[in-house]
Write a protein that binds this ligand. Structure first.
Ligand SMILES: [Zn+2]
Ligand SMILES: [Zn+2]
Length: 388
């Protein structure tokens, strides 16, 4: 099947789609599943595909998830199957997840009679900032088989750090929570030569940017880290005018409910107090986006055992630390115990430590990882159902 999986992956890669509406990708998934003994439904508010495989024997339900969306990046690789759509690229490797999950649906369908339970295949749009997983949950993906899954698993490829074919997971926090802070500082514009007659929002906003870094080091336990990065800062038009307003955006990453709660409380207070200290006003809107992705300890151990049994113990590493990226599979893991597993897909001839990262216009995910990723999806479902 490896060639079929790679072909499907290449077809999806050539025509990347961004966001929640992925009609071409959805059509390719439906074509790949055509003829399999699956109960298929498609999403209403997004172009998702939910497929249920009913096992021949009674048993529990396991959910497997693959995300389908691309990023607004113009591909700079020289791959023969490179993106044909300017401004869109599968730079996070979700094309591989979609193809591997479709391959797993085929593998498991061939064993339908012996399956002791049901499998939900969750083909999900809109992972990259659109919370597509939550929308699919609103539309009932967790109840697609008639009862809640006992376990849920997701695979994610990495173009760097991990050697090709190396699986990596850990118990507990696997990925960060990602929240957005939107700050507006209200001053009073005027002539740049007489700042005392105006209220300069730029100087105050700059003080906020550095104060946020002090907040990180003075208010949070170093063993429960947080990251705040101001990624956008806008104010003013020219050198001799003080503007009325300054605005900036920041991302806040955290790994525990406690730290996330503290961020939501302390950041707006700090912003407001700094503005007041200078006689200005400001608001900081702390918008929660993706929660911490928390692997269930037993399910992470089960995933590691499954990798070792299927591929050998040398193919599984326990990640020492969580990653500071974020995932909307976290919403699924808030309701169903499960595990998020990384899979190295760096081209075998490249150095994983220097290869371009996920989201880079140069990121390459090698086909060599596809067959094993497909097999792991299938093994996780098969072994978990058999064990339950
Ligand atoms: Zn991504
Ligand atoms: Zn991703």
């Amino acid at each position: 099947m490896a060639n079929d999986i790679a072909e499907l992956r290449h077809a999806i890669h050539r025509e990347p789609e961004v966001g929640l509406d992925l009609p071409k990708t959805q059509a390719k998934v439906l074509a790949a599943l055509d003829g399999l003994p699956l109960e298929i439904t498609t999403g209403r508010s997004l172009s998702s595909v939910t497929a249920v495989l009913r096992g021949g024997k009674p048993g529990p339900v396991v959910l497997l998830r693959g995300d389908m969306d691309a990023l607004p990046v113009t591909e700079q690789t020289q791959l023969p199957y490179g993106s044909t759509v300017p401004g869109a690229m599968h730079a996070c490797g979700h094309d591989t997840h979609t193809a591997m999950l479709a391959g797993a649906a085929r593998l498991l369908s061939a064993r339908q009679a012996e399956l002791p339970g049901d499998v939900i295949f969750m083909f999900q749009p809109g992972e990259e900032g659109y919370a597509g997983a939550r929308l699919m949950m609103d539309e009932g993906v967790l109840d697609a088989a008639g009862k809640r899954p006992v376990a849920a698993y997701a695979l994610h490829v990495s173009s760097q750090r991990l050697p090709c074919g190396m699986f990596s997971t850990r118990p507990g926090a696997m990925l960060a929570a990602a929240d957005r802070i939107t700050v507006t500082v209200h001053g009073r514009g005027g002539h740049a030569s007489t700042p005392h007659r105006a209220a300069d929002p730029i100087a105050v906003a700059c003080e906020m940017v550095t104060a946020l870094q002090t907040l990180v080091t003075r208010k949070f336990d170093v063993f429960d880290p947080v990251v705040i990065t101001v990624g956008s800062f806008h104010a003013g038009t020219t050198d001799n005018v003080i503007p009325d307003e300054a605005r900036f955006l920041a991302t806040a990453r955290s790994f525990s409910r406690e730290s996330r709660g503290a961020l939501a409380e302390l950041v707006p207070r700090l912003i407001g107090d700094i503005a007041r200290g200078h006689g200005l006003t400001a608001e900081a809107v702390y918008a929660t986006e993706y929660p911490v992705t928390i692997n269930d300890a037993a399910e992470a151990a089960f995933a590691a055992e499954t990798i070792a049994a299927a591929f050998g113990p040398q193919r599984s590493e326990q990640a020492e630390f969580p990653l500071t990226g974020a995932e909307d599979f976290s919403f699924v893991l808030e309701q169903v115990p499960g595990a998020f597993v990384m899979l190295g897909a760096c081209p075998p001839d490249d150095d994983p430590l220097t290869a371009p990262t996920n989201h880079s216009a140069h990121a390459v995910f090698d086909d060599a990882a596809l067959a094993d990723g497909t097999a792991l999806y299938a093994e996780l479902a098969l072994r978990r159902l058999a064990r339950a």
